[in-house]
Design a binder for this molecule. Structure first.
Ligand SMILES: Nc1nc2c(c(=O)[nH]1)N=C([C@H](O)[C@H](O)COP(=O)(O)OP(=O)(O)OP(=O)(O)O)CN2
Ligand SMILES: [Zn+2]
Length: 149
């Protein structure tokens, strides 16, 4: 049995995007309301009864949210083209060392029904792609839900 703990947050941001379809509208600066959700997996620590205190998760999220909320996403360092895919990767990379057990990041635009989920691929060692430390990998391995790669 494994527990999954999630926290949602919202940010508003502007961007442009180069596309082969609907190109002119996407190339103009426009904005979206993004709804994001992060998920941690693990076992509750016996004394606290918590996988991780959601209060500390919210603090870490707030630091990331400040990098995105009311920003022009084209100018955000390390983001690349401001797609849902890159927003998931960006949030995952920024949070993974602060939130042990981070397994998924979801970003969606409810207004248009667009959604992307980035899940840690336990079988293919995708964790290293996000700059996860050896300490974190060992930590998760010790909790028994990932094989060391
Ligand atoms: N795989 C992806 N495809 C697209 C993404 C993305 O993040 N990943 N993003 C976009 C654009 O952000 C785009 O603004 C959305 O385009 P579109 O659906 O055409 O129109 P809007 O949501 O802006 O809605 P309107 O109200 O019609 O402007 C496209 N593709
Ligand atoms: Zn857009």
């Amino acid at each position: 049995m494994i527990y999954e703990l999630s926290q949602k947050f919202v940010f508003e941001a502007a961007h442009t995007l180069n596309r082969t379809i609907d190109a002119s509208g996407s190339r103009r600066i426009h904005g979206h309301t993004y709804h994001a959700e992060i998920t941690l997996a693990g076992e509750p620590e016996s004394n606290s009864g918590m996988v991780q205190d959601l209060g500390s998760v919210r603090r870490h999220i707030e630091a990331i949210r400040e990098l995105l909320d009311h920003q022009f996403l084209d100018d955000v360092e390390d983001l690349g083209p401001a797609t849902l895919e890159n927003l998931c990767r960006f949030i995952f990379a920024k949070l993974t060392s602060r939130c042990p057990g981070l397994v998924a990041v979801c970003v969606e635009r409810p207004a248009s029904g667009d959604k992307c989920v980035l899940r840690r691929n336990l079988n293919e060692g995708a964790s290293t792609a996000f700059g996860e430390s050896t300490r974190e990998r060992s930590h998760r391995s010790a909790r028994g839900f990932v094989a060391l790669t």
